[in-house]
Design a protein around this ligand. Sequence first.
Ligand code: GSH
Length: 229
Amino acid sequence: MIPQTFELVTHPLCPYVQRSVIVLLEKNLPYRRIDIDLANKPDWFHQRSPLGKVPVLITGDNRSLFESAVICEYLNEITPGDLHPSDALERAEHRAWIEFGSDILKNIAQLYNAKTEQAFNHQRQQLRRQLEQLDNRVVAAPFFSGDIFHIIDAVYGPIFRYFDVIDRVLPLALFEGLEKVQNWRYQLRQRPSVQQAVAVDYPQRLLGFLEDRGSYLSERLSHPATGAS
Ligand SMILES: N[C@@H](CCC(=O)N[C@@H](CS)C(=O)NCC(=O)O)C(=O)O
């Protein structure tokens, strides 16, 4: 591999950014974050990001790569140590469950944007079903497939982090009885790369972002002791 310092175009709250950062950290790759305002994207960003989304990885020779799953795969391929299983079918399964993780993220966004209690509860049920599906699949001893940390673990760390923050203010009880997923969530929370993928002010920033959605969850987070859920 050519020695290089990567630049990663980021947003402080983005879970897709976090998975790329976790892989950079797991691979001990030097990188510099460039946080941008997604509500006011700089002109240069559109040249770098055809979909207008973060993360974008800028390589040492000034090429750009977009889409977090692709960035993670690339970083994995150019460095020693494989963050995917060696068996082809197991590797493919990991990729499938990574896609499942992206679907969970879409449902989380729908949960925090839901305008009514009914829509919120519908999304909560969707997420609960997805966590049950995960519970049937995950090994969680301690990671998705056992004792080796893989890219898929980098994907789920940021997913669980949402609930670490929300549950402190408004317990959603999404993980109740799902012991394997709970254990996996706990193990990922202890992983230094997962912890270091966000700044120390992440919980306050996330809560501020959620409270500004003008949604049912915004209202509940602002007044957690009132209202039914
Ligand atoms: N599929 C993309 C999703 C990335 C994504 O949705 N990023 C969000 C922030 S978390 C974004 O940049 N949104 C800006 C926009 O859609 O305008 C990936 O995996 O990289």
